[in-house]
Design a protein around this ligand. Structure first.
Ligand code: UT7
Length: 342
């Protein structure tokens, strides 16, 4: 086990990565038999061919536990002595309490600090910044961070504007205390929000504002797709620029761009806006759909498994989500042993 020296503390270093997708797969043809859409429309407008969805009582906690277990295995000895569990999710198993303590308990980590972070599709980057802050402040030395969402549970099954886009899943990382200069050290970060635009993407009822509504559609996700698209491309690009400047990187320093997987057109437009070559994009949305807080760690995992993300790569990470929220960070990719997402 590596013991950090006094000088090497302050950095939060990626030490393990894992992911899990529920076994039930829904392809575009199956959706086309249920709602007024087509495989051709979904592929060309979003880049999505299929997605995994929860069924048979599977929940966010179940997925988070599976992904967390894989990340702990990937981290080897760094997976021991976890003192905090952070769960990024906007679909917790219960409105109260948070789901992270249950995830911790099921992973044998009872006693660790455990809490949820909700920044919807930006949740993983927000939680990464939070976990890095816990380590920098020496509140924790090793953190298990899971991004997990069962977003399909928020959807009106007959709504063709949302159903094709989202999928369910979980991705997880282990962060350890280390040097800010070593491969895998995350940061700096850029985070932001624009709450004036909550209505572009939200579930009107079920929370403290409107507990129950007589209109069933109020309990489903409502999205103004075109407006969200415009804000996503603009914010991911401006946030990426801000974090590159903080890090002292030029755009030409970036080897790989791991962006939130909401729509392949959002990713290509953002890359174009930043002047990044299209082949720098890590893209896995084709088989996952938009898995919200799970999307970035799942994309990282697919990138490692298919060889697009290699040790030493300079990686730009950027996310955008409901709220509105956005966040970006950078890291040099460390050498990690990972299992493919089950
Ligand atoms: O993490 C953040 C979460 N959300 C997002 O990032 C979503 C961002 N937005 C998007 O990705 C895109 O706006 C969508 C994929 C949601 C929609 O793509 P679009 O290119 O913006 O389509 P549109 O809303 O402009 O609709 C174009 C046409 C319309 O028909 P008309 O008016 O041109 O005749 C829609 O009625 O496509 C129609 N349409 C569909 N057709 C077949 C809308 N949904 C579908 C569908 N199948 N599922």
């Amino acid at each position: 086990m590596q013991v950090p020296t006094q000088q090497s503390r302050g950095g939060a270093v990626l030490a393990g990565l894992g992911g899990w997708l529920p076994p039930r797969v829904v392809d575009n043809d199956e959706l086309s038999r249920r709602i007024d859409t087509s495989d051709e429309w979904i592929r060309t407008r979003t880049g999505i061919a299929r997605r995994h969805v929860v069924d048979n009582g599977l929940s966010t906690v179940d997925m988070a536990v599976q992904a967390g277990r894989r990340a702990l295995r990937s981290a080897g000895s760094y997976g021991e002595g976890i003192d905090a569990v952070v769960l990024a999710t906007s679909t917790p198993d219960h409105l109260c309490p948070a789901s992270a303590p249950q995830v911790a308990a099921e992973l044998g980590l009872s006693g660790a600090a455990a809490f949820d972070v909700n920044a919807v599709c930006s949740g993983f980057v927000y939680a990464l910044a939070t976990a890095a802050g816990l380590i920098a402040a020496e509140i924790a030395t090793r953190v298990l961070l899971v991004g997990a969402d069962a977003f399909t549970t928020l959807l009106d099954p007959d709504d063709r504007t949302t159903v094709p886009i989202f999928g369910d899943g979980a991705g997880a990382v282990v962060l350890r205390q280390g040097s800010p200069d070593e491969p895998g050290a995350v940061g700096p970060f850029d985070l932001g929000s624009e709450g004036e635009l909550t209505d572009l993407l939200y579930v009107p009822a079920g929370g403290a504002r409107l507990k129950r509504s007589d209109d069933p559609s109020d309990h489903y996700l409502r999205m103004q797709g075109q407006a969200v698209f415009r804000h996503a491309t603009a914010r991911m690009a401006s946030s990426s620029r801000a974090v590159l400047e903080k890090a002292g990187w030029h755009t030409s320093d970036v080897d790989r761009f791991v962006g939130h997987q909401a729509n392949v057109r959002i990713l290509t437009a953002t890359a174009k806006n930043l002047g990044l070559p299209a082949d720098s994009l890590v893209v896995n949305i084709g088989h996952t759909g938009n898995t919200s807080a799970a999307s970035i760690p799942l994309a990282m995992l697919d990138g490692v498994v298919d060889g697009t993300l290699r040790a030493g790569d300079r990686v730009l990470v950027s996310a955008f989500g409901a709220g509105l929220t956005w966040g970006s960070t950078v890291l040099r990719w460390p050498g990690l042993e990972c299992e493919p997402p089950a």
